[in-house]
Structures are given as structure tokens and as C-alpha cells.
Ligand binder design. Structure first.
Ligand code: ADP
Ligand code: MG
Length: 250
């Protein structure tokens, strides 16, 4: 599904967190959103997913404006996101988390007293675990998973909603270099297999430049630049505002 953002705005108090942002993510594309801390990246995702209400603008899914829809309705239209901070039920196992998500997605919580799980739910949970590589820890409580597996569970929960557009907010945050590459390779394979429109926020520039086919740079809530990895690498404004300071900090 094609995701199109037009003139999106969001202020918090006096802060323009997202300021007239217009961006298009073609169907089946794999894009990275980068930018310094506080640039508005997470807010951008929150406005698309419906977690926050926008002040103005448009969010179009295959040409249809979804900005007036609730978070749940947007999910049903095909948008899912995984969070910077894992968002599962900590006392439930991996499989239980996924079964709960699938059940809720099917809109069958109401039938809970009659039959749990509803038919097909267990199989669907297993399929998603297989897809992200969590089968071995199916019966482990979410709270005691490794950090990497918690992030995978977060992505698995998003995938259980069968999205067409998947937003990943820093999928590799808090990981060591090796684990990071394993994670991003999984994400890349998912994107390929599911033909998702995938947008990920990422701080590791090696990953960004190697994995994304297009990069969008946010800075102070605005689009500073967009283009291919080569175009962004050589963009003077980006180097000055962002990559330059990253290099200095390193
Ligand atoms: P990033 O993800 O790029 O680091 P954020 O989207 O989290 O940036 O934040 C962008 C700006 O919006 C920051 O100035 C931040 O303090 C502000 N902000 C984000 N979320 C909220 C919120 N829920 N309430 C108030 N201010 C917020
Ligand atoms: Mg953020």
C-alpha cells in the first residue's frame, strides 16, 4: 500500500514537533527515517498510526485519507507499528501475547467466554513466531526475554495484525553491533516476503545506508532532505545538520 503524507503538522505547547511534513512512501518500498534526537521522528509515526491526533494535514493510504480514523480503524486498514519501547504483556508468554493480539484483531474478545483460543489463532501465532524467529522461546514469559527477543516480539505483535504498512521505531535500539545486523536482516527478509511498505527509524548510519533504498531526513520537525543513500551521504545540508555532528561525536 502506498502511504502519502501531506502538510502534516503537530505542535506540543509551543514546540512544532512536525511542521508541514509531506512525504510519499511507495507501495512495497523500504525507507529509513533519520534525524537528530527530538527531530520529530517518533511523533511522525504516532501521527500516522493514530496514537496522536494531528493538528492538520493528510495521511493517505492508497489515496484515501485516514486521518479522521481511530488507531484501531487504521490498524484494520493495514497500518501497524512497533514501538521504541517494547509494548507486550510482560507476564504472558511469547505465544500467549501473539494469540491475544490475533484474537483481538479478529474482533473476538467478546467470544472469549465461549471458546479460547478461537479456531486458527494458535496456528497464526506459530506462523508469526516462525517468521521472526521466536519459535524457540514460544513458552517464555515476555518479561524475561532478552532485549533483542523483546524487540522481535514487538515486531511479531505488529505483524500479527497482518499489516500492509509497517512502521518500526528504532528496531535495533539498545543492541550490540552483531545483534543489530541480525535484527535488521530479519526485518529486510520480512519486508521482502510480505511485500510490505516498510518505514524504519534508525540511528546506526551503517545500517541505514546499507539497508534502506530511500532515506528521509527530519530536523526540527521538517523534512531536511530525501533521496537515495548516495544522495543523502553527499547532501551538504544533511552533513552540516546531522551527519557532520554524528561524525564529530564519534
Ligand atoms: P525523535 O523521535 O525524533 O527523537 P520526538 O518525535 O520524540 O523526536 O519528539 C519531537 C519533539 O516533540 C520533541 O521536542 C519532544 O519533546 C516533543 N514531544 C514528543 N512527544 C511529546 C508529547 N507526548 N508531549 C509533549 N511533547 C512531546
Ligand atoms: Mg524517537
Amino acid at each position: 500500500m502506498k502511504l502519502e503524507i501531506k502538510n502534516l503538522c503537530k505542535t506540543f505547547g509551543g514546540v512544532r514537533a512536525i511542521d508541514e511534513v509531506s512525504l510519499t512512501f511507495p507501495s512495497g518500498s523500504l525507507s529509513a527515517v533519520i534525524g537528530p534526537n527530538g527531530a520529530g521522528k517518533s511523533t511522525f509515526f504516532n501521527l500516522i498510526s493514530g496514537a496522536f491526533a494531528a493538528d492538520s494535514g493528510e495521511v493517505l493510504l492508497d489515496g484515501r485519507d485516514i486521518l479522521h480514523l481511530s488507531k484501531t480503524e487504521r490498524m484494520h486498514r493495514g497500518i501497524a507499528r512497533a514501538f521504541q519501547v517494547a509494548s507486550c504483556f510482560p507476564t504472558m508468554t511469547v505465544k500467549e501475547n501473539l494469540m491475544a493480539t490475533v484474537t483481538a484483531h479478529l474482533g473476538q474478545w467478546g467470544n472469549l467466554s465461549h471458546r479460547f483460543p478461537p479456531p486458527g489463532v494458535s496456528g497464526r501465532a506459530e506462523q508469526v513466531m516462525e517468521l521472526v524467529g521466536l519459535t524457540e522461546v514460544a513458552n517464555v514469559k515476555a518479561a524475561i526475554l532478552s532485549h533483542g527477543d523483546q524487540k522481535l516480539l514487538d515486531i511479531a505483535i505488529a505483524l500479527a495484525l497482518e499489516p500492509r504498512v509497517l512502521l518500526l521505531d528504532e528496531p535495533t535500539a539498545g543492541m550490540g553491533p552483531e545483534e543489530r545486523w541480525r535484527m535488521i536482516e530479519r526485518v529486510r527478509v520480512l519486508w521482502e516476503q510480505r511485500q510490505l511498505t516498510l518505514v524504519f527509524i534508525e540511528h546506526d548510519m551503517d545500517i541505514v545506508f546499507q539497508v534502506a533504498s530511500t532515506i528521509r531526513v527530519l530536523c526540527y520537525g521538517r523534512v531536511l532532505a530525501e533521496g537515495t543513500p548516495d544522495e543523502i551521504r553527499n547532501n551538504q545540508a544533511v552533513i552540516e545538520a546531522y551527519l557532520g555532528t554524528e561524525a564529530d561525536a564519534a
